[in-house]
Design a binder for this molecule. Structure first.
Ligand SMILES: [Zn+2]
Length: 416
């Protein structure tokens, strides 16, 4: 039996498992306006390890939020960026698996030559309906692409079979991600990859390529928006074409691992999605944790002091905190406020610096990015942090819901 992912879905991260309800409120608001955006709670193995949590806690928080709000639509729990080494602890509690094969890209497959032989249609001038300039390839270019990606698809197939076998008939949704790598995949490369995925019979419903431009954590897109729009539209055309030719699920769609807050491309994405009548999965990162800090600061008193303390500790450990995220952050050290200054800040100053409002001159993207990767500090505070989340629940949930709904769901799924 298959589990089908709906046309529009939103990946939400909840590092400390206290905001599922506030996140679901944002989807409820969209539903009340007539647009179903299905929530998918995602948390990677790395995040579980840093926070010290187990995958089952994500499922419990999601189930509880759904019960409390009476959510009538589907929802899912995503084992985000798993591989053969890390998937097992997610097998019971997840029904969505993001198979990450980025590290297998570039490894040699024995079967590359046979693949190219089997797919003469990939060579020459390709007619992909919806792509304005025809895509052209040569035998050599298809061989190069195959050499680069076929092994990664074979690895995805091994992981997929492993999940099938261990799930023993319990249905799940499959995504393949290739976003955490150096070079973006072009639309032509995506077509070759999809042909290979079809050959291997992996019924992916979402695929996460790497797009051109920088998708830094928690801040806006950096790159050429016009070029992105063309690339994104071409990817949609390629996917529609691959569904026709390569034995892939009819609801296959792009998954955009956005790192959250890519406000400047939401308009471009929306236009392209409408043009193709396509769906999308928007995977946001853990910016909900930043809304927790905003809510703590807004609450004033002990909440504000804890938010200040967390910044001070994050500043002191900044090198170690940033290291695992080096590829997806861009922090200018000279723009980071000093901890003793932040300790003097009012709630208003703290939230203005942190909240992602680019029209506010006090917004500080460097401050924001450092705190984004600083959730380990809060994890180390243990109960002190969690108890404060409970104490400041009203101001936090207000910010969590507002952020998801007004800044993400509305511009992408509802339109301005
Ligand atoms: Zn990703």
């Amino acid at each position: 039996m298959e589990l089908l992912l709906e046309k529009f879905s939103l990946g939400v991260g909840d590092r400390f498992a206290h905001q599922a309800r506030a996140q679901l409120e944002a989807c409820s608001k969209a539903a009340s306006l007539g647009v179903t955006v299905v929530p998918v709670w995602n948390k990677s193995n790395r995040e579980h390890n840093i926070v010290g949590s187990e995958p089952a806690s994500v499922r419990e928080a999601a189930d509880e939020a759904v019960r409390q709000l009476g959510w009538q639509f589907p929802y899912h729990v995503d084992a985000d960026h798993i591989n053969l080494d890390t998937v097992d602890r997610f097998l019971d509690s997840s029904d969505f698996f993001t198979i990450d094969v980025a590290s297998a890209i570039g490894q040699r497959s024995e079967r590359a030559a046979a693949f190219v032989k089997r797919h003469p249609e990939l060579v020459g001038t390709l007619s992909v309906p919806g792509v304005p300039d025809p895509l052209t390839t040569t035998v050599e270019s298809v061989e190069r692409t195959t050499a680069k990606y076929l092994f990664a698809v074979e690895e995805a197939s091994r992981i997929f079979r492993h999940i099938c076998q261990r799930r023993n008939g319990r249905p799940f949704i499959t995504e393949i991600s290739m976003d955490e790598t150096d070079a973006p995949q072009t639309p032509v490369e995506l077509l070759v990859v999809l042909a290979a995925i079809g050959d291997h019979g992996i019924p992916i419903q979402t695929i996460a390529p790497k797009f051109t431009g920088r998708f830094n954590k928690g801040v806006d897109y950096v790159g050429d928006v016009e070029f992105f729009e063309k690339e994104f539209a071409d990817d949609l055309a390629v996917i529609a074409c691959a569904i026709q030719h390569y034995n892939l699920p009819a609801n296959l769609k792009l998954s955009v691992h956005s790192g959250s807050d890519k406000f400047s491309i939401y308009g471009a994405m929306r236009r392209a999605l409408q043009q193709f009548g396509a769906g999308v999965h928007l995977k946001t990162a853990g910016t909900t944790w930043l809304e927790e800090l905003i809510g703590l600061a807004e609450a004033g008193g002990h909440g504000l002091r804890l938010a200040q303390e967390i910044y001070g500790k994050a500043y002191a450990c900044r090198a170690a905190l940033c290291e695992p995220y080096a590829a997806v952050i861009d922090i200018r050290e000279d723009r980071l406020p000093l901890p003793h200054e932040v300790c003097q800040w009012t709630a208003e100053q703290y939230t203005s610096a942190l909240r992602h409002d680019q029209s506010n001159p006090a917004f500080n993207p460097d401050f924001r990015q450092l705190l984004h990767v600083g959730f380990k500090i809060a994890a180390h505070l243990g109960d002190r942090y969690v108890n404060m989340l409970v104490a400041c629940r009203d101001s936090i949930s207000r910010n969590v819901t507002y952020n998801l709904f007004e800044r993400h769901i509305r511009p992408l799924f509802l339109g301005a």
